[in-house]
Design a protein around this ligand. Sequence first.
Ligand SMILES: Nc1ncnc2c1ncn2[C@@H]1O[C@H](COP(=O)(O)OP(=O)(O)OP(=O)(O)O)[C@@H](O)[C@H]1O
Length: 605
Amino acid sequence: MSSSWADAVENGSTDIIPTNGGNERKSAPTKLSYVPPHLRNRPPPASEPPASSLNGPPSSNDRFRHSGPTNGPEWAGPRPGYGRQAYRGRVREANPFGKDDVDADTGPLTTEQQDNTGINFDAYEDIPVETSGDNVPPPVNTFADIEWGDAINMNIKRCKYVKPTPVQRHAIPISLAGRDLMACAQTGSGKTAAFCFPIISGIINGNHPPNKQRGTRTVFPLALILSPTRELTVQIQGEAAKFAFQTGVRVVVAYGGAPIHGQLRELDKGVDILVATPGRLVDLLERAKVSLQMIRYLALDEADRMLDMGFEPQIRKIVEQMDMPPRGIRQTLLFSATFPKEIQRLASDFLSNYIFLAVGRVGSSTDLIVQRVEFVQECDKRSHLMDLIHAQRANGVHGKQALTLVFVETKKGADALEHWLCLNDFPATTIHGDRTQQEREYALKSFKSGRTPMLVATDVAARGLDIPHVAHVINFDLPNDIDDYVHRIGRTGRAGKTGLATAFFNENNMSMAKPLAELMKEANQEVPDWLTRFASRASSYGGKSKGRFGGRDFRRDSSYNNNRTGNTNTNGGGSRTAAAGGGGGGGGYGSYSGGNGPEFSSAWD
Ligand SMILES: Nc1ncnc2c1ncn2[C@@H]1O[C@H](COP(=O)(O)OP(=O)(O)OP(=O)(O)O)[C@@H](O)[C@H]1O
């Protein structure tokens, strides 16, 4: 049985590196404490290679020259090859790949392994990509183009990633160059890896000042990843642990609804990357269990959700009112499939001289997801759902129900529908905010395993969750916001796979007619005539269009940029042009004067 790093510490195991960073494995049960990556097996300074994690030019900002908030040693930025091999095999940790682990030293992936990825890269070939900002680093074509060392390369292979997805091709070099980034890319297109790998690489290869863990109960993570839901936070931690396997970078999760003591124990063992929900993090900060003083990397996943009215005050508190280094000192990475302009404007407060990256077209996974919308009165919804899932079962493999995710508006509605489905011999479970965390996690597990192939959910499951084999997303109740629709349907059609999304529409959803019709049209979906008619009358229902899937740099609006010339790289397989001008939120740029800018026309239209 393999034992974890945590177990090893608990047992005074022999495989933990002593605090002096020595190379020998001690057998005496000495008091061991966590040694951050930069101190493990540290080579003499003379052997350090020059700064730069890609072969490109050094970053244009001054982040790498800053001495940090604690007046510690100068942080010299990423250093390829620095101590990389030292982590391998020195720290016992649970293998996050479990049985799926492949011997990453055996050469290229076999055809079978490649097929296992299930990713249809052709679906991404002609994807439009748009970047804006100063000196945008060029994209990479393969993972091999990036010099981040064997440990990360082996994990890429263990993940069976054959080549980077478009958002990874562009976002990884930008992040490795130390630049702040606001990235908008389709659901299921690999954003998690796009921000995790550069952070892990930066921690491994960076020369970070010592973190002050000895003699204090406070921990000092180097990176913080925030996400809006507990399940997504757990998922990101799981992914990050895979990407960081045997690199010596320790990833710890903290989220609400679960006992804090277990999380504190994990933190006490040391943390390089903390993945957290905002509420639990604030709790930990107020208890002085965590300090953000040493944060070098801040990533917000589902960043537009994190900065909308519900979360914004908490995020502002964490980022601006605690002890986190300011923008320009830390590196900030914001990712989502949607980025409304008003949220971009708020987000720019947290960024310095950032690059805006938009990958993909309206409707997130677009062509990969077949979207259908049906006119169904409230009172007919259940019988209509029954017809759909009966047909699905009849067409399913061995008469089995394909995994189907049904979104409803309310928690009560979720419970009622689940109950009704079970009564009708369709095993279902539910996930919503009134269930205990244990129940939520159990429901998710049961759904993933196919034991209950139907999951009835509120918006708590709308974002980020990567559940393999979800064949059908049904919007039993449509959301009121088109961006929520984009995220919900994005639970299917992930990583190059196809999926089906069905929405029930009636008079209660009139405000969605126009954005839904537009989004479907741009995604080359068949728009029913009745929806087009409703859409053309939409202004009287207050329906508003958001333009594309939220992917255009708000700094290019004339109201922001009256006297500037902002250039953009549009790279839909075409050439790149030099960018100039952009840079919100400090860094010498004028502030936004407020108000909504005029509707923009898409560079891709
Ligand atoms: N380069 C790659 N090759 C193959 N599969 C990949 C690659 N990168 C990521 N994936 C897989 O694609 C799936 C979706 O990735 P991920 O969850 O990061 O998407 P996302 O863009 O964050 O989606 P969402 O917007 O819904 O949060 C995951 O199962 C992930 O393992």
